[in-house]
Design a protein around this ligand. Sequence first.
Ligand code: ADP
Length: 450
Amino acid sequence: MFEKILIANRGEIALRVIRAAREMGIKTVAVHSTADSDAMHVRMADEAICIGPPPSNSSYLSIPAIISACEITGAQAIHPGYGFLSENPKFVQIVEDHGLKFIGPTAEHIRTMGDKISAKKTMQALGVPCVTGSEGGVDTLKEAYEIAESIGYPIIIKATAGGGGKGMKLALKREDLEEAYKMAKSEGRSSFGNEAVYMEKYLLAPKHIEIQVFGDGKGRAVHLGERDCSLQRRHQKILEEAPGPEINEETRQRIGKLCANAISKINYAGAGTIEFLYENDEFYFIEMNTRLQVEHPVTEAIYNVDLVKEQIRVAFGLPMSFIQEELKINGHSIEVRINAERLPNFNPCPGKITQFHAPGGLGVRMDSAIYDGYSIPPYYDSLIAKIIVHAENRSSAINRLKRALSELIVDGVDTTAPLFDPLLLEKEIIDGSYNIHWLENWLQASVENA
Ligand code: ADP
């Protein structure tokens, strides 16, 4: 096994990886910017190296600084977490060129799936159903009009390099198309350096259902069921659960096998997530994430697995520690994301935490890197904690989540935690019927009623 690994990330996900490594007897190296000298991942790792000033471009995204940190400390492998360099094929190539191991899939798989047009083509060829849309990219406005006429409005225009909800524009009718097309292109160019766009039919009431897959890089692959991530604001997930409240065992096995077969055919290595929109019992592929997801703990809870340990094992060349037949669902799990943001506008709210208490007790897991007296820097993502509950069934999980939220104390900064109290009383949340548009409508209505 590796003796030492470096974690090219910060916050709760860096801690998550450090924890798995420590249980495996692997030493850890944290990297950090000057803004994160007091961060928990720096304290918790066996060694820590400062790799640059606060802006991510000069630290967490600095490939030379991270490679040097590996060379100085003798780390043999790099875990990228999510975000930052986790889906950067150039980084993976450089890591391997330096004789280090990247804990994740190959540069080629990341490149193929990172471009949404090539991802869709690849998945289609592997027999995975996709949303109706353009065959590949759309290069002119004239072409956009023609395609829109043939598939019908509403249409969504997406930047092929987009991510994190950025680079997507909606055209409800013909009059909206020109602006949506130009906006998606310019957002693609400014945020991702790539102005290529493609088009899809905009689905009116789907759920976001994603399948967790795992491969050993040698053709063996399994699926670990689905997560329902339909509760979204601005295409960003806020609450995730597994299993999906509207997915039965037959549907799960049907789509799960399809996904496992697809990644087995391409010899995919490590954890991956195949994202779908789900409507009227049909799945439509939208994208694949070639990394660990923020919401991976709900899958870990119901399948009783450690996905990070599994990633490390497979990266080292060991087989996966489970086979498909052993993967059985136990109970229900829900995760909520707590951000340092001020309601009702969700404006980032960095600052010093004056008092902190984490919820605990049976079936409660909190993944977070904050502590009493910690100052949340303004430079990075505003996610400060994930509360994950696990119980024997969905209604007990909701009750447990309410109980856990009632124990959480974060003083000194505003957080999104209070949002969940009213949400967990809503009929569509309680019965699990909420779709990807539900939260936006609910937020709109609460502003109007205020
Ligand atoms: P990103 O890479 O930015 O996360 P995705 O392609 O994964 O973008 O889409 C994010 C979210 O946007 C989806 O979960 C869904 O809510 C919405 N979305 C994407 N494509 C469509 C579509 N064709 N119709 C309706 N909603 C969509």
